[in-house]
Design a protein around this ligand. Sequence first.
Ligand code: FAD
Length: 432
Amino acid sequence: MIAQPATLWHATATPAALRPPAMGEITADLLVIGGGFAGLSTALHATEAGLRVVLLEASHVAFGATGRNAGFVVPNFAKVDPDGIRASLGEAKGGQLVQMAATSADLVFDLINRHAIACDAQRSGWIQPSHSEAALARAKDRVRQWSAMGRPVEYLTAAAVQNLTGAQGWLGGWIDHSGGVLNPVSYAHGLARAAEAAGAQIFENARVTSLTPVSSGWQARTDAATIHAARVVNVTNAYADHLIPGLAHSFFPLKVFQIATEPLPQSVRARLLPGGQCVSDSRRNLFTFRFDAANRLITGGMHILGLGADARVPKTIHRRMAQMLNLPDLPPLQYAWSGRAAVMPSFLPRLITPAPGLIAGIACNGRGIAMTTAMGRELALWATGTPVEALAIPASPPAPIPLHALMRHAPNALLPISQWRDRLESPPDLGR
Ligand SMILES: Cc1cc2nc3c(=O)[nH]c(=O)nc-3n(C[C@H](O)[C@H](O)[C@H](O)COP(=O)(O)OP(=O)(O)OC[C@H]3O[C@@H](n4cnc5c(N)ncnc54)[C@H](O)[C@@H]3O)c2cc1C
């Protein structure tokens, strides 16, 4: 039976702290809006740097994409590589951004260790198997680029991919040993606890409904409180409302589904991913999988048509996983959920500067656990006075995507073409 509406992660996470509502007048050096990884990491780093920090979350900590992802810790970008980033952003800025990404998984696992966050974390590595000759050539090139930076990456032959994953058909691939897996809700709860232990105040059920510039900085209102802060960081990701004009139109909001099966028998578990890594292959309609701590298999996917997708897509991606992993008796679905990812046109993290003392950050692009944690550290630097130009992430005023109402559907509408191209390029024995 499918468990609803909780995600697997909410159902199995370490318990959340009980937080009082935000009431009355509150003064802070920094107001953080949004209780996902980005907001929690900003709050933690800024508090540790000595600021008085208040974080307001409209729902509860890890309500957004932070509580709804697959728990893959991936220290790179989905569509762009170091050479391309340096070419497009310049040696200095590009180099800074690439260095931030390269060390982003280090930061996640360091925080987990430093704050003793119990989140089923395993630094087992992230594997990207290649579905085509072109993808294999790209895997070799990605290994060249990241290893030139001293990263623990390795090229994998087809046999090595098969040994590591237990699945057949890929032509080879690569692994970044600095990645891994975790329970994202437990990680978020741990970041929140660490920020509070350092002195941050976190309020839930506290949607910011207005933001007004005042002589001392900014005034934010919720239903029950007024917050006065010198600076404001907005990290509402694809859950952004109309608080900052133009922000929600500067990215593509992508609905992504996730499922988890009932636990697999130990005999099958021992054959698939014995090392406990996570896998995202090179297809446009990428195939992903990992196990959770109780041996449930987890995968994800997108929809082409929104209508009826909540009921249809989990079954479709369950069937795809059974086929991909050659598991005709794959246990049934136990959890199915979805979340929204914010994808920038450049597929790179971006800081948005709508007004002095106010900054927004989007580092999601579907690979956000490591990247948003690292962005939070950058935003904390900004909050303590580092000029925005000196940060590792490029910044610009809001730049709404032309024809956004139409263009926001493009990633879903183009999915059949992606599937068709994937099929043309893949060897026949690689499941669909
Ligand atoms: C299905 C799915 C699978 C994914 N899998 C992976 C993965 O395996 N690995 C990976 O690295 N990344 C993955 N990602 C991406 C990753 O989850 C996100 O990049 C990351 O969680 C974004 O964190 P965030 O803090 O920027 O935003 P979010 O976690 O989305 O948080 C934004 C928060 O802002 C709050 N908010 C909005 N408006 C207001 C307001 N006015 N006042 C107060 N609060 C407000 C929302 O309630 C929300 O909690 C996945 C994403 C999805 C959707």
